[in-house]
Structures are given as C-alpha cells and as structure tokens.
Design a binder for this molecule. Structure first.
Ligand SMILES: Nc1ncnc2c1ncn2[C@@H]1O[C@H](COP(=O)(O)OP(=O)(O)OP(=O)(O)O)[C@@H](O)[C@H]1O
Ligand SMILES: [Mg+2]
Length: 251
C-alpha cells in the first residue's frame, strides 16, 4: 500500500522535485533605512504566507512598506533580519548568480511604469526574458504569440510601446512577466498610471492569468476597487502587517 507523503509545510526545494508548501513564506522580516535617530523602519518584523495559486493584494498607505517588501521578495534588496522563502527557495541566502536565475526563471515582475524597452516591438519585449534564458527561437516565437493573444494584443505584436496605450503597455508587461512560466508574479501598483476602467481591466487580466497559467500573484495596490478581485488582502500599516484573511467575495 502506498503511503501518502507528508511534504506539507516543508517547502524546501530538492533537485528534481517540485517544491511544496506555500509559494511565499516570510518570517520576522525587518528592513530599516539609515541609522540612529534618522532611521526609517520600513518593515518591523512581519510574517505571512502566500498560498500557491492565490492572488494576494497588498495594500497600505504611501510609505507603509509595500515596495520595500516586494523588493525583498524579489531578491532586489536584502533584509536586516528575517527569512524569505519563494517557491521553496531561501531567497536571503542566495548568491548573485542564483538570485539572477530566480528572478529570470521563477519570478515575473510587473511595475507601475511598465518598464518596456522603447525601441523593441511588443513581441520583442515579451521575448526578452526568453532570450536571456537562451530559449530555442522557434519556441520563443510561439510562446510570445500565445502570450500576446492571451493578453488580447495578438494584433499589436509589431507596435512599439510608444505606439500603444498605457493599458496595452501594461498588458505587454504582463505577457513579458509570464514568458518564462514563473511561479510567482510580483506587481508593484500595476494600475497606478492607468485610469480607473483601464486599471480594473488590467487587474482582471492578472486575476485571469492567475487561474489560467496557474501562477501565484502578489500585487501592491492603492485601489480599493481592485481589492475585491483578490483571494486575500494583506495590509501594511507603518511597516507592520494586518492580515485580513480570506475575502468574503472569493470566487
Ligand atoms: N532607499 C531608501 N532610503 C531611505 N528610505 C527609504 C528608501 N526606500 C524607502 N524608504 C522609506 O521606507 C518607507 C517605506 O517605503 P516604501 O517605498 O516601501 O513604501 P510604499 O508602501 O511602497 O509607498 P508608496 O505607496 O508611496 O509606493 C518610507 O518611509 C520610505 O520613505
Ligand atoms: Mg511603493
């Protein structure tokens, strides 16, 4: 008789095995800027988990620590204290090369300002992460076409960012973030530069790709209208976390 394995909660990546446990686990995370009387405590010992397959919204007033937290999760910054696990990998202990591979292969970033390369077409922008990974060109072209149609831009592949609307540019950025089939999407106010309707459409697209692509997403947003699309809302208040638990409108 086969015993069921109880890897639950382990969350440690072993070569050749898919990591189990939550997609993100944060334990007692501290990050301060500056020192002495002028020190800013951006994160004051926060702990939480992001379950796999969920869309988690991160809210909080300006300066509450959202960007600081997302940068730490993405390995763009190092904490003063505390542990971070992303997709079974201990991010804090990683060296430069491993961090680079984590960011390239397992995390997709979406920024408020889109971050597209102006001289490249929409399709070329989406293909950049796959080029960095030296993916087979044919495979890359197929996936780029699929992703552009997924985000509703199949007819705009050749246009450069400057020839696209803000909402369309953010759709390209979402497609690019998905290029290498990341486990985790990290988005820092992805609708911050968009009008309300366009912002809602972009958030609905993120909601849809979390379902269709099986990714997990952590999205910082100021916009209360977008919080209703999340499975869960985390709130930062002056560097401390308030967990709102599962949302009543969860679908
Ligand atoms: N590089 C830095 N040097 C010094 N202080 C910083 C730095 N980055 C952030 N801070 C401070 O840390 C605190 C948290 O900033 P953070 O950018 O994480 O907030 P946020 O929640 O993302 O705000 P917003 O909603 O305006 O984007 C703020 O008080 C900010 O001034
Ligand atoms: Mg911010």
């Amino acid at each position: 008789m086969t015993q069921s394995t109880s890897a639950q909660g382990g969350g440690t990546a072993v070569a050749g095995e898919r990591p189990t446990g939550p997609m993100v686990r944060v334990d007692n995370l501290h990050r301060s800027y500056g020192s002495g009387a002028a020190a800013v405590h951006a994160l004051r010992g926060i702990s939480f988990e992001v379950p796999r397959g969920e869309l988690v919204a991160l809210k909080g007033r300006s300066g509450s620590g959202k960007t600081t937290l997302l940068n730490l999760l993405g390995g763009l910054d190092q904490p003063d204290e505390g542990a971070i696990t992303v997709d079974g990998t201990d991010v804090v202990g990683l060296g430069e090369q491993d961090l680079l591979e984590l960011r390239r292969d397992r995390i997709g970033f979406i920024f408020q300002s889109f971050g597209l390369i102006p001289i490249l077409s929409a399709a070329e922008n989406v293909g950049v992460p796959m080029r960095l990974k030296k993916a087979d060109p044919r495979e890359r072209e197929e996936r780029v076409a699929l992703l552009l149609s997924l985000v509703g831009l199949g007819d705009h592949a050749k246009q450069r960012p400057g020839e696209l609307s803000g909402g369309q540019q953010q759709r390209v950025a979402i497609a690019r973030a998905l290029a290498n089939r990341p486990a985790l999407l990290i988005a820092d106010e992805p609708t911050g530069q968009l009008d309300a309707d366009t912002g809602l459409a972009v958030m609905e697209l993120i909601r849809a790709v979390v379902r269709s692509e099986g990714v997990t997403a952590l999205v910082a947003t100021h916009d209360s209208q977008l919080l209703g699309l999340a499975d869960r809302v985390l709130e930062l208040n002056d560097g401390e976390l308030v967990d709102h638990g599962p949302q009543p409108n969860r679908r």
